[in-house]
Design a protein around this ligand. Structure first.
Ligand code: PLP
Length: 393
């Protein structure tokens, strides 16, 4: 298929193996765990590399539905190889286990998904792997490097403050110092940003979010060169955290509308951010599409749109923020993002209640911080709902 196609055409057609059986227009879900050989000779040719067959003998090593979705994702990100996992966290942890060894050091940015940070800071040291946590700018990352640094890992945009890293600068730091650069691009999707184009080595997504796109599955994906992805595929086959064919099919189905959906998320994000920024009960809005965001210029240069996730500080306290959220009728109180339904949460309550207030504030999780994931509803309805809620404060 031609490479000059526009984003929405790519989302619908890329990667799909049109040789599927029964003349099916869509990719069939192949639920077989083992895969048969018609004779011992066929098996012998396969195991000695003499046959053109690509399907391995067992589903943990490879599955036609999963392979088809991997191919689509690789092409959408502009990468050579993609691997699906049982979750975004499984993609992150498996990759780090393969790429790091005893004595190595990893630099990770502070404004990133809590479980990723916990894994790096609290679990990797058991294996003799050290880490430095730093602010999400290229100059801070550069300062954090050591002779033993093997990986730079960050989200972009980050979560919940939506910092956008200068991807070219990060990739250059990596290349100059022989360090592998990994970007968790979950918030952006390949519609808004393609980190590999800037020289980043590996891209990770929680496919649970925009890629699946319907709040109905958990999965992860990693995309990059054959050289980096192949050893990770080997460990995945052993660890076994594979994405099953039914979930893979749902991802493929979600990807067909990715371009359409992300454009609506972008539109809703921008409109709601602009509304909130003007409201007297809102102290500050964090959204890279706003001129007031510290990384607006980088985001404008690097991204096609700014996504559907934003956060804001309310002019109130912990209880006031709870009251505001409870008064809303459209966004549901839940974590996650990237689906059709708008979701809202108070990070201090949803994910950080186990941490003392002083420590929470040190990492930027203030009592009056609200994270809003805009779904696919009409922005006018969402704004009307937020307006009613803010008036009650
Ligand atoms: C940016 C980001 N990366 C990774 C993850 C982990 O993904 P999963 O929940 O699919 O394991 C999350 C989960 O919320 C996330 O927000």
């Amino acid at each position: 298929m031609k490479d000059k196609l526009k984003s929405s055409t790519r989302c619908v057609h890329y990667g799909e193996n049109r040789k599927e059986p029964y003349y099916s227009v869509i990719t069939p879900i192949v639920n077989s765990a083992p895969y048969r050989f018609s004779s011992s000779k066929e098996l012998l040719d396969f195991v000695t590399g003499k046959s053109s067959r690509t399907q391995p003998e067992y589903g943990r090593m490879g599955n036609p539905t999963v392979t088809s979705v991997q191919e689509k994702l690789a092409r959408l990100e502009g990468g050579k190889n993609a691997l699906l996992f049982a979750s975004g966290m499984c993609a992150i942890t498996t990759a780090l286990f393969v790429l790091l060894k005893k004595g190595d050091h990893i630099v990770i940015t502070n404004d990133s998904y809590r479980r990723t940070r916990d894994f790096v800071l609290n679990f990797l040291p058991k294996f003799g792997i050290k880490s430095t946590i730093t602010k999400s700018t290229s100059s801070d990352i550069k300062k954090a490097l050591r002779k033993t640094t093997k990986i730079i890992f960050s989200e972009s945009p980050t979560n919940p403050y939506l910092h956008v890293l200068d991807l070219k600068a990060i990739a250059d730091i990596g290349k100059q110092n022989n360090i592998i650069t990994i970007i968790d691009s979950t918030l952006a999707t390949p519609v808004n940003q393609k980190p590999l184009q800037y020289g980043i080595d590996l891209v990770i997504h929680s496919a649970t979010k925009y890629l699946g796109g319907h709040n109905d599955l958990i999965a992860g994906v990693l995309i990059g060169s054959d050289k980096l992805v192949q050893p990770i595929a080997e460990l995945l086959m052993t660890i076994g955290g594979i994405c099953d064919p039914n979930t893979s099919y749902l991802i493929e189905r979600g990807l067909k509308t990715l371009d359409l959906r992300v454009k609506r998320h972008n539109e809703n994000g921008q409109k709601v951010a602009q509304f909130l920024e003007k409201h007297p009960k809102v102290l500050k809005v964090f959204y890279p599409g706003l001129k007031s965001h510290p990384d607006h210029k980088i985001a404008k240069r690097q991204m096609k749109g700014f996504g559907g996730l934003l956060s804001f500080l309310l002019q109130t306290d912990f209880k006031g923020a709870m009251k505001f959220i409870d008064s809303l009728t459209i966004p549901q109180i839940a974590p996650s993002f990237g689906g059709p339904e708008s979701l809202i949460e108070q990070p201090a309550l949803m994910s950080f209640m186990d941490i003392k207030k002083k420590e929470r504030e040190r990492i930027g999780v203030f009592d009056n911080l609200v994270r809003l994931s805009l779904g696919l509803e009409d922005s006018e309805d969402i704004i009307e709902d937020l307006k009613r809620g803010l008036e009650k404060l």
